[in-house]
Design a protein around this ligand. Structure first.
Ligand SMILES: [Zn+2]
Length: 405
């Protein structure tokens, strides 16, 4: 919600410029058209000042006139709103075995996308060269120039130091440790480059796609690993070092003897992620190697595979019970390869979660599967770029560049 009194104060404090233009823009961001008079009343600025700042935002292509100018005989429209389609961002999903690049407008609507032939194991330079080439082609194919591009968001399958955009000891990303992704991509495109881990990015994408009004959402990915993205109070929570939501190595009682690749025993990931399920099935004499093998067995009605997936859901539910106590989410979304095989995993999660949580915490809690599906990461990477590009500081910086020019 916009705190109008605070905006009024900020506007007076910076009567000669400052943050007032971005305040004005933040008022228009929700898409509701406003007149100059309304904006003057809401910000406490003089109408002439509002007019100057609207002109700057018009120059930037961030807002535009709306209304009935043409139908009433060509009189200039007096209402303004955010223009989503003038400027664009690139959202990049670097997965364990795929890369996807999408060009989006400022509402996150995908205008075009490409899947360059690259794998994260090819190393950062090869992957990012493929990404920037695909981005360049998408801009060209959609008639956009570098000037139209505001920012680039990138999700990668490993831990990221968000402030610098560098992956830190990512287990499945050889050669990426401390690689300066923003600097490298910045050689091709002179715009801000935001990097985050894939689960955080999927949480942003899922919320944007399906739960725009939900402020407390936990997105859990169950695939080769297990992790979660935490949205609390409407904001993605990264924690002190960026590891918030890293639930894969929380211990589960049932797994006391099961070793994990992290060196501990009984980790959730060692019990309930795809490779653990495949291993468990092999021990029972059922042929399964990959995540896809397990999914296929479930889809073909293998009782062993269905029971394994349901138990994985219970194990996950045990850890999520603590998460629910801690953050009181209203929605838990399950995504990732292992969730695509029907409701068995979710049923296991619900079974434990509803039995073990306090009634008030689960009264209106929804546990559901991802609706954005394969689009969640690329959509979330776009939102990462959009949130940054349209932040008050960034809008202000763009305005001062226009005014200096
Ligand atoms: Zn572990």
């Amino acid at each position: 919600m916009v705190d109008i009194s605070a905006i009024g104060t900020a506007a007076h404090d910076t009567a000669l410029g400052g943050s007032a233009t971005s305040d004005l823009f933040q008022l228009l961001r929700n898409g509701r058209p406003r007149t100059r008079s309304e904006l003057a009343a809401l910000t406490g600025l003089a109408r002439s000042t509002v007019a100057l700042r609207i002109d700057a935002l018009l120059d930037l292509g961030l807002v535009g006139p709306v209304g009935d100018a043409v139908s009433t005989g060509g009189r200039p429209s007096s209402q303004f709103a955010i223009t989503a389609s003038e400027r664009v961002v690139l959202g990049v999903d670097v997965g364990a075995s795929h890369v996807r690049v999408a060009l989006s407008d400022l509402t996150g609507r995908i205008l075009g996308d490409a899947s360059p032939d690259a794998r994260v194991s090819d190393g950062p330079e090869a992957v990012l060269d493929a990404v920037t080439a695909a981005g360049r082609e998408l801009l060209d194919a959609n008639g956009r120039s570098d000037h139209d591009l505001l920012a680039i968001g990138i999700g990668v399958p490993g831990p990221v130091e968000h402030s610098t955009g560098r992956p830190i000891n990512p287990p499945i990303m050889p050669g990426w440790h401390r690689f300066d992704i923003p600097e490298y991509v910045g050689r091709s495109f002179d715009v801000p480059v935001l990097v985050d881990n894939d689960v955080n990015v999927m949480a942003l994408g899922e919320r944007e796609h399906s739960w725009p009004d939900v402020d407390h959402l936990l997105f859990v990915k169950v695939a080769t690993g297990i992790g979660s993205g935490v949205i609390s109070g409407g904001l993605l929570q990264r924690g002190a070092q960026g590891t918030a939501g890293d639930i894969g190595h929380v211990a589960v009682a049932r797994g006391a003897d099961v070793p994990c690749q992290c060196g501990n025993r009984g980790c959730l990931e060692a019990l309930a992620a795809g490779p653990a399920l495949a291993r468990g099935l092999r021990e029972r004499g059922v042929e399964a190697v990959s995540n896809a093998d397990v999914i296929e067995l479930v889809e073909h009605g293998s009782l062993d595979a269905i029971q394994a997936l349901r138990q994985a859901g219970r194990d996950l539910g045990e850890v999520l019970t603590a998460c629910v106590s801690l953050m009181n989410p209203s929605v838990i979304v399950l995504g990732g390869a292992m969730v695509r095989a029907g409701e068995h995993l979710i049923a296991g999660v619900r079974e434990v979660l509803y039995a073990r949580s306090m009634p008030l915490a689960t009264e209106s809690l929804q546990v559901t599967h991802s609706k954005a599906g394969a689009d969640a990461a690329v959509l979330g990477a776009s939102m990462l770029a959009i949130h940054h590009a349209l932040s008050p500081q960034n809008v202000e910086a763009m305005v001062s560049r226009v005014q200096r020019a």
